[in-house]
Design a binder for this molecule. Structure first.
Ligand code: CU
Length: 225
């Protein structure tokens, strides 16, 4: 059986045409639902969907410019956070033992000089939680800053610093919904920490009726327990 890397189908649902106003100009836009599946056809949560429309506009809901990532039970929670360029991300250690926050760009050596890191001391009764704030001032080569801890090599996560305001993380069903996408041609890219070889982007035609796109990865990312 031939495996298709991606299938698209539009117009399965019927909905009223979406039109909204930006600075007095009517902009027609649609809602795009993107589901990311792993190699085996199972939903791939914590994937990042990036939509680059050719038309102009802005989604009603902008990207977050602040976020909090907690270190708890030797995990970064949430595992993946999507923010805008310049966002301030606060890391806090809720475990009773020490952790590091290490930021590195995919492909760079661990502890490379361009990376940032901080030691967050374990939580002690009667003391304030150890925390550090990092400014995500530029999108990485592929938009992601990988998170790690020098002490616990299994701790991993990512901050995705998005260029496009139409960027969202997939939920437990592997689905992300992008709203107010300008009608017309658009490019869809997917980022997943386990997908080391970047997949070819999909080209779609956004219409006012909601569209659904399925994107399949080449890998089956390890699930968090
Ligand atoms: Cu740690």
């Amino acid at each position: 059986m031939t495996m298709h890397p991606a299938r698209l189908f539009f117009g399965k649902k019927v909905a009223a045409s979406a039109a909204f106003f930006v600075a007095g100009v009517t902009v027609h836009a649609g809602t795009l639902e993107v589901q990311v599946l792993d190699r085996d056809g199972k939903p791939a949560p914590d994937s990042v969907v990036i939509v680059l429309p050719s038309g102009k506009g802005q989604p009603r809901t902008p990207l977050p410019m602040t976020a909090v990532v907690n270190q708890e039970k030797q995990q970064f929670t949430p595992a993946v956070t999507v923010v805008g360029v310049g966002a301030k991300v606060r890391f806090a250690n809720s475990d009773p033992w020490n952790h590091h926050v290490r930021l590195s760009t995919p492909g760079s050596a661990v502890g490379a000089s361009d990376g940032q890191s901080a030691l967050l001391e374990g939580k002690q009764e009667g003391k304030t939680t150890s925390a550090a704030v990092f400014t995500m001032d530029k999108p990485g080569a592929v938009g992601a800053a990988l998170l790690g801890c020098f002490i616990h090599s299994r701790m991993g996560g990512a901050i995705y610093v998005a260029d496009s305001p139409w960027t969202a993380k997939t939920n437990s069903e592997g689905t992300a919904v992008l709203e107010d996408v300008p009608e017309g041609a658009a490019t869809i890219k997917i980022w997943n920490a386990a997908q080391l070889v970047e997949k070819a982007p999909l080209l779609v035609n956004v219409q006012s009726a909601p569209g659904k796109v399925i994107f399949q990865l080449d890998v089956a990312p390890r699930r968090r327990s």
